[in-house]
Unconditional design. Sequence first.
Length: 369
Amino acid sequence: MSITQTNYAKRRSRFSRVLKKLPFEGMLLTHLPNIRYLTGFSGSSASLIVRGDDYDLLSDSRYTTQIGQECSGLQLQIRHVDETMLDLLIRVIQTLGLKAIGVEGSTLSVDYFLTLNDKLANVELIPKTGLVEELRMVKDSEEIAQIRFSINAAQRGFQRMLTSLKLGQTEVEIRNELEYALRGFGAEGTSFDTIVAIDSQAALPHAKPGTKVLGKSSVLLIDYGARMTSGYRCDITRTMVAGNPSAKFEKVYNVVLEAQQAAIEALKPGVSGAAIDKIARDIISKAGYGKSFGHGLGHGFGLEIHEALRLAATSQQELQPGMVVTVEPGIYLEGWGGVRIEDDILITRSGHEVLTNLPKTLDAMSIYL
């Protein structure tokens, strides 16, 4: 199942209502995830000009057939073989007679902005940030269904990988087995570069898989996700130990698990991201590991792995029904390793729903090979 054209039309209608309240004639979108959210186009070269209820999609001839398959209700502008995408954009803006147009201030490069500003001397370019991203924070029913599909593929792939896990495997070999399994359960690819970290490497929150070998009593941290053909994805982390856990691992693991569970229980509409972050951070700090938890507690995700919503000490944004967030506290101890536990949670009208259900008790994460 994919996102329906009716759904894309509804999104464009909502976005058009937002634009009509702003003091410019149209909006230029260049951030591809935002273009995909509004149109369904999954290619790598496009711009979108929005004027009221009219949407002009600019691309090149490589994507003419693909756009016909993926999109409807758009006016298509294909660049000529003797012009660049910038040339096409300038030509269309001039043809449309626009005098003031919004641009995506947070994703448009300074160089591109200055070039446009120079080439369109009679057009006012107005940087505007987060208009589409704000709509994307609250997922509709089709988006939530796609995220569920992603989680299903990710969890089944993880369980398949565990059946082939053995002592002596390197981080790279474990990653390769996991990513192969994800595709076997319907994933188009991964949500991001898969993290597989053994022992001291697990102290690096964004460790890159290398040649470190899984041994007896090794700590094994895996942070991964499945990306579906719709573009939607998930984000899951589990930390395991090969054999009986040491007293230190047991202590650290249980602190992280307690912090995560307390934060998840507090998720509901109206609560700020900072308040949720504080719940987990206070537990970790009270246990003496406050300086070893240096990142935010969680984030929104969907078409991108990090989206606008944050669960962090600086976030006063309040949770709303339909938001989907990660909760991922961690403790990282240089030279020893680290523990992070991450699940994906949907905010509902009455509270929350934990979408991921991979086991995470200490017993379940003690694996005997």
